[in-house]
Design a protein around this ligand. Structure first.
Ligand code: EPU
Length: 338
């Protein structure tokens, strides 16, 4: 299939906020070879580039001058399987949840807690997506990439990716330098369950070990009850990260709010749910222009009425300022501003 290149292209379908911003050029490629060719052209023209998955973690603040690249590399290959582990190689352009669904069907444990997260496999490995007690780094074996400046392939072992909370080397030192083309996952054919998250604990009480499909179904039910579906209401999932604060800051808040929810990270620091901080500021449902704080989960900002990028930026700034004024805590966005 020839390379698809579009000009002055609407990105509405390529960002889950559903913002109608335009890209000067949009290139979708199907193979690594095509990607290498496109990168050579881009180098020659010195174009600004951005690689996107399905834009589930992006806030386009304005039209994009330059070339947006998008992967259509889609395959799921079982590389090996024995009693203890299954190695699965997946193209970066595969929808994350298609991968989760396929693995649950096969009875392989690993990605089931991460079911229904919007996005694609390549972006998941960059963002280190996480939910319900699991982060994707725990099942990544290696990440296959192409270096943008040379077109050379490079494979990163998971240990080289510097994974942290919604963080990796690809978001820091190597930001904008490599494009993920495939990810190799290490999964388990025998039960390996993570059922500590509140509503998943019910699955622990049954006498039989839940199948990956049963866990997937439970996770999808929880997500549907809390999170907006991108096709119904535009959002980028959690807008902010949960802040990790010094234990003294937590203790100070606990004086006035003895039941403040928190997770101890280590003896010096505590994570406080941003959703709780935002709720205490009375911001649930707050609207600014076309943007709103989602009623059911205030960590999420939504495109309620045909929002413009500036509506979302202004609302995010307002939320950040209110939380800072009330708690002296700075919220940092989880979404990437472009
Ligand atoms: N909370 C409130 N009010 C609310 C909702 C939540 O006070 O209206 C408090 C409660 O104390 C609750 C706590 O916030 O126990 C945590 O809420 P929740 O379990 O919904 O999770 P979260 O910390 O808000 C994180 C991830 C989500 C992930 C869930 C479940 C981040 C930034 N977000 O949210 O990930 O699905 O945990 O594991 O870490 C995403 O990254 O886009 C995302 C949706």
């Amino acid at each position: 299939m020839p390379l698809s290149i579009s000009h002055n292209y609407s990105l509405r379908k390529h960002n889950t906020f559903g913002l109608d911003v335009k890209a000067e050029r949009f290139v979708a490629y199907d193979t690594v070879e095509e990607l290498i060719t496109v990168l050579a052209d881009i180098r020659n023209d010195k174009q600004r580039t951005l690689h996107i998955g399905n834009g589930s973690n992006l806030l386009f603040t304005k039209d994009f001058k330059g070339t947006i690249l998008h992967s259509n590399i889609k395959f799921i290959d079982i590389l090996s399987r024995d009693r203890d582990e299954v190695m699965v190689r997946v193209g970066a352009g595969v929808a994350w949840d298609d991968f989760c669904a396929a693995m649950a069907r096969n009875g392989y444990y690993g990605p089931e807690n991460l079911s229904h997260i919007p996005g694609e496999v390549g972006a998941a490995a960059i963002q280190n997506i996480g939910a319900y007690g699991v982060e994707v780094e725990s099942i990544i074996h290696e990440v296959e990439t192409i270096e943008i400046s040379t077109g050379n392939p490079r494979v990163f072992q998971a240990s080289e990716c510097q994974y942290g909370y919604r963080d990796s080397i690809f978001k820091n030192q190597l930001q904008g330098q490599y494009i993920v083309t495939a990810v190799v996952f290490r999964l388990s054919p025998s039960p390996k369950c993570h059922l500590d998250y509140g509503q998943l604990q019910e699955l622990q009480s049954s006498t039989t070990t839940p199948s990956p499909q049963a866990i997937r179904d439970a996770v999808i039910a929880i997500r549907r009850s809390k999170l907006p579906e991108p096709q119904d209401l535009g959002s980028a999932g959690s807008f902010f990260k949960n802040p990790v604060v010094p234990v003294e800051v937590y203790q100070h808040i606990a004086l006035s709010y003895p039941t403040v929810p928190h997770y101890v990270i280590n003896e010096d620091s505590v994570k406080i749910p941003a959703a709780w901080l935002i709720e205490q500021c009375g911001l649930k449902g707050k609207e600014l222009g076309g943007a709103a704080v989602y009623e059911r989960q205030p960590l999420i900002l939504v495109n309620k009425h045909n929002a413009k990028p500036n509506d979302i930026i202004a609302l995010a700034d307002h939320v950040k300022q209110c939380v800072y004024n009330k708690f002296n805590i700075t919220l940092n966005p989880e979404v990437n501003y472009i």
